[in-house]
Design a protein around this ligand. Structure first.
Ligand code: ADP
Ligand code: ADP
Ligand code: ZN
Length: 220
């Protein structure tokens, strides 16, 4: 089963993708994570992408589609893919159709996380990730208290990091780009009858349950 999680920055795509990976053995394909890894490794792609990402603008369609293609090549057909943060433009949506066809795969669901934009700046400026395993949290996990930082529930690390692009100014640019370039790809999938909507303002567990219902996945 291959799915797209769609929604503006801070909607909860990464949080839900990590949860699906942990509970249902799917694979998260986050172009944002891939690009950040490329930046960290100092690859040519990373060097080209860094400034664009810091401004909150989009990296070229060709770069991100090549990253996705390479990841799918390394994946067995039995493992379900969760596309997180991709596709983000009409050209990427068209590219993904071609990539999936070439890999003999097919998109089953596009899930749109519907959120109140006013809440997103707050969410994004509170986002922290585990330095070691990348698990997503929000700031209260790592309080500047005398008790010291809380250990990551996944790996036990007490080191957390924030993203350089998670500041109020860049978030507004990213939201504008979502509205202008990404939201308009929904009709591409609506025409195929595979779009579902979930209330992304609900508690994380409730969002998770709603997604599982759509995917027909049971809870143990
Ligand atoms: P995205 O991948 O869509 O940008 P994230 O999953 O990284 O979003 O979530 C952004 C921030 O909001 C994180 O700090 C995360 O802990 C928090 N968050 C995610 N889902 C919810 C939710 N349903 N309610 C409240 N906070 C959430
Ligand atoms: P968020 O989870 O907050 O939506 P991401 O981690 O998905 O953010 O993306 C961070 C940045 O990486 C984006 O602002 C953009 O610069 C770049 N990026 C990620 N995915 C894509 C994509 N599919 N197309 C173009 N740029 C992308
Ligand atoms: Zn961790």
């Amino acid at each position: 089963m291959d799915i797209i999680l769609l929604g503006p920055p801070g909607a909860g795509k990464g949080t839900q993708a990590q949860r699906l990976v942990a509970e249902h053995a799917m694979r998260q394909l986050s172009t944002g994570d891939m690009l950040r890894a490329a930046v960290k490794a100092g690859t040519p792609t990373g060097l080209e992408a860094k400034a664009v990402m810091d401004r909150g603008e989009l990296v070229s369609d060709a770069i991100v589609s090549a990253l996705i293609d390479a990841e799918l090549l390394a994946m067995g057909p039995e493992t379900g893919a969760i596309f997180d943060g991709y596709p983000r433009t009409a050209d990427q949506a068209a590219a993904l159709d071609g990539i999936l066809a070439r890999h003999g795969r097919q998109l089953d669901h596009v899930i749109e996380l519907e959120v109140d934009e006013d809440a997103l700046v707050e969410r994004i400026t509170s986002r922290v990730t585990c330095e070691n395993c990348g698990h997503i949290y929000s700031v209260p996990v790592n309080p500047p208290s005398s008790a010291g930082p809380v250990a990551c529930e996944v790996c036990g690390s007490t080191e957390y990091k924030r993203r350089p692009d998670d500041n109020a100014e860049t978030v507004r640019t990213r939201l504008g780009i979502y509205r202008a370039d990404t939201a308009p790809i929904l009709p591409h999938y609506e025409a195929r009858g595979i779009v579902s909507r979930v209330d992304g303002m609900a508690a994380i567990e409730d969002v998770a349950r709603a997604i599982d219902v759509i995917l027909g996945l049971g809870h143990s």
